[in-house]
Structures are given as C-alpha cells and as structure tokens.
Design a protein around this ligand. Structure first.
Ligand code: NAD
Length: 434
C-alpha cells in the first residue's frame, strides 16, 4: 500500500525473491504508468528489475485496494508520513490504509508498518483496523533503512533488518520473508514494536547529528582559517568515528532527515522529555542553509539584483531525482527574493523540478537539459549537488562562459588551488579562500 520510493523498491525486491506482490496506490496516473512499464522515479537499477518481475508475472500494479488486500497474506503500509504543522508525523495516510484494511480483510493478515511512524503507531493502526472487523490480524513494525540513490542495493543487502512484533506467527512470517536478503549473515533484529519504531528515528537523528556536527566544525574552520576537509580526514580515519556522513555542505535535506528529526523532537515533547542534542542538530541545519548565500552576497557586495546564477544540482543528493526539502530549493528562493535569476541544471531531477518549482519558472528560474547551457549569461556558478558528472568539468569553458567568473561550491567537490590557478574565484564550505 503506497507505491513510492519505499513501496516500489520493497515490492520489487520481494517479487525478485519469488513472492507474488501487488503494489497499490491511490495515484491512478502512477499506477497506469507502471502498468505500461514507466517507472515514476529515478533509482539506479529499479527500472530493469520492475520490468523483469512484471514480465515473469510476480509483480502487479493496481488501484483496487480491496482485491489487493483480499489476496495478500502480508500487507505493507508504505505511504508518506509528512510533517504536520507542529513537526509531528502526520498519520492520515497510514490510518486511511488501516481503515481500508479493516474494511476489506478476509482472514489472518500480517499488517506491516513500513512507513516511518512515531512510537505508538502500531497500536493506533491496530485500533483502526479493529473498528471495522473481527478478523484476526497482527500489526508489526518493520522500519526501512534504504537510501535513495542506492535503494535496490540497500534493500537486497541490508546491514540489518529490524522487526518489532508481539505475535509469534507474524514474526515467523516476517523472518521467512527476509531470509533471502540476509544470506551473508546480516542480523534480523527482533524486538518489541515501540523499540522498532524508535530505532528508525534514532538512526536518522544520529546520522543528521553527524552532518550538523561537521557543518558546525566547517563554520569554525571558516572563522579560524582551518580546512574542514583536512579535519574531516583527520577524524574520519578514527574507526570509532568513521568517514561516512561527515561531509560538510549546505545542510541536510531530502524526504527523511528534516521530517524525522522534527518528528522525534515532537515525540519527546509529547512525553515531556527534551532532546537537546537533536534540537541543536535542527537549529544548525537551518543556519547551514544560509552559509553559501552569505558568501555569494558578500562577493557581490550585497546586491544581487539583475545577476544570473547557474546552478548545478537540484536533487537533495546525487543518484536520485527526489527534491523534497532539497537545499537547492531554499537557495533558489533566496536568490530570486534578492532579485537574481537562476539557470538550473540537474542530470535527473528536471521533471521533478518542473513540477515542484512550477510557480518559479518564468519568475526567475529557468531549467536547462545541458549543464554548460546553464552557464550562458550567468555571472557565477553554484554547485548544490555532488553529481559525479560535475566533478571534472571543462574549467576553461566555465571560465570563458561565466561573466564574473566565480564558483560557489556547496559540496566541496573542487580543489581550491586548482580552481584559483585557472583564474576562477572559488568559495566552498569550511575551507580557506586561496
Ligand atoms: P512517497 O511519497 O514516494 O510514496 C508514498 C505513496 O503512497 C505515494 O505514491 C502516494 O500516492 C501513496 N498513497 C498515499 N495514500 C495512500 C493510500 N491511502 N493508499 C495507497 N497509497 C497511498 O513516499 P516514500 O519516500 O516512499 O516514503 C514512504 C514512507 O517510508 C515514509 O514514511 C518515509 O519516511 C519512509 N521512508 C522513506 C525512505 C526514503 O528514502 N524515501 C527511506 C526509509 C523510510
């Protein structure tokens, strides 16, 4: 139930291990497209895998909720849980699915909360289903840890699988379902449902903490003339710390970290606990979104009116077309608000940008299929996403095309001295200007 990033990837991977899977969605256009072999998201390897499993008749797509529920033994709830106004996770889609399950259930089912949901949601889903039926069922929590951009690989070879269940039959069915994915010895960690629900938020909050921490250190580096890339290498080689998730930048974005950090803070508030570190993580992230803009404004003496900026990268990270809470969006809005224009390019997110930023098009924002075309008439280049194809561009062409020429690199993908030698002014995050 829910054929988005998580539902489609999970459904396809379960089909690939021999299960019969029906992916359900209320979005008719999405389901129609999938029936014709059109995968609505960019995720490496997904399209081929969907086609193979459809061809072999294990993977089906439908908007017929009733029929899908009736023929399934295990029902995954993988709908969105966006933030409500107070930051807490909005459960309206999850509970709508629970209601449909209650209305159509026709025998014992395992209902799995795959969406990221606050502690206590399994009980709420259970209560909602019970309102509509006397049939037996079990609700289990099975949070998802896949990363967009590497979702198939993460799902097929997870570091671990977390299952929160109090029902023995349900736990056995879930363990059997996941056995093919943990053949290399990764653990299936079983626990109570509340702990499983909290595990997902704790994982995302800790990852977000690493990002905000290094961003804080990067800003200190800027202030004191140190180089955060040196510091990052210096600390990342310590096996207790690790090199992952300590890359400075323009703040974390995406469909998960911002909302999950907010929702965890709200859960803590509800239980009269204060999560001081997690709150600081969020505050640092909000501040971090302004750092590159400050550098741009300083370079242009505070006046961006009539300036045009080429922007490379719109997706919140490489290898995805997802732009939910992407730092590029707040950067585009800030630039337009200051009277500038933005010529943006992304290798995969242009369709998404066309939809999400429709009201900014012809209102300061233009989208370009080719990265160098975005440079025409631009004063400077801003790099917002570290796509591989941006790492080794033709710097001569960049210099010739840009009016100023300057590069503002929000992902530290270039070497400051090399760019400077080319006669391009270069600004990045937490590295001294050369
Ligand atoms: P998404 O927005 O890509 O997909 C959600 C889908 O659910 C949409 O296609 C929507 O039309 C559908 N839907 C909504 N209401 C429905 C209903 N009543 N019946 C059937 N379908 C319905 O969301 P996503 O990124 O896949 O995230 C889903 C959940 O998984 C969220 O809770 C998210 O936090 C969590 N999660 C996401 C990721 C990720 O990387 N995207 C990773 C781990 C966990």
């Amino acid at each position: 139930m829910g054929t988005g990033y998580v539902g489609l990837v999970a459904g396809t991977c379960f089909a690939d291990t021999g299960n019969e899977v029906t992916c359900v969605d209320i979005d008719e256009a999405k389901i129609d497209g999938l029936k014709k072999g059109k995968v609505p998201i960019y995720e490496p390897g997904l399209s081929d895998m969907v086609k193979r499993n459809v061809k072999e008749d294990r993977l089906h797509f439908t908007t017929d909720i009733k029929q899908a529920i009736e023929k399934s033994e295990i029902i995954f709830i993988a709908v969105g849980t966006p933030p409500s106004e107070d930051g807490s996770a909005d459960l309206k889609h999850v509970l709508a699915v629970a209601k449909s399950i209650g209305e159509n259930i026709n025998g014992y089912k395992v209902v799995v909360d795959k969406s990221t949901v606050p502690v206590g949601t399994a009980e709420k889903v259970e209560a909602e289903i019970k309102k509509h039926t006397d049939e037996k069922f079990a609700v289990v929590s099975n949070p998802e840890f896949l990363k967009e951009g590497a979702a198939i690989d993460d799902f097929l070879r997870p570091d671990r699988v977390v299952i929160g269940a109090e029902d023995e039959q349900a736990m056995a069915m879930m363990t059997n379902l996941y056995r093919p994915f943990v053949r290399s010895g990764q653990p299936i960690i079983t626990m109570d449902r509340r702990s499983a629900e909290l595990t997902k938020y704790a994982a995302n909050a800790l990852l977000a903490t690493k990002i905000s921490f290094i961003n804080d250190i990067a800003n200190l580096c800027d202030a004191i003339g140190a180089d955060v890339e040196m510091v990052r290498n210096g600390i990342g080689t310590d096996s207790r710390i690790g090199s992952k998730f300590i890359y400075p930048g323009t703040g974390y974005g995406g469909s998960c970290f911002p909302k999950d950090v907010k929702a965890l803070i709200q859960t803590a508030n509800d239980f009269n606990c204060s999560l001081r570190i997690v709150q600081a993580v969020e505050d640092v992230n909000e501040h971090q979104k302004t750092i590159l803009m400050d550098k741009i404004e300083r370079y242009f003496n505070g006046d961006l009116r009539g300036k045009t900026f080429a922007m490379w990268g719109l997706a919140f990270k490489p290898k995805t077309d997802d732009m939910r809470e992407a730092p590029a969006v707040s950067m585009i809005d800030s630039l337009i608000a200051k009277g500038a224009k933005v010529n943006a390019h992304d290798p995969e997110a242009l369709n998404e940008a066309g939809e999400l930023l429709r009201d900014r098009l012809d209102n300061g924002l233009a989208l370009f299929e080719k990265r160098y075309d975005a440079l025409e008439q631009a004063d400077a280049l801003i790099v917002m996403t570290e796509w591989n194809t941006f790492r080794e561009p033709d710097f001569f062409l960049i210099k010739e095309t840009l009016m100023s020429p300057a590069i503002f690199d929000g992902r530290n993908i270039y070497q400051p001295e090399r760019i400077k030698k080319m006669g391009i002014d270069y600004f990045s995050i937490g590295r001294p200007a050369v």
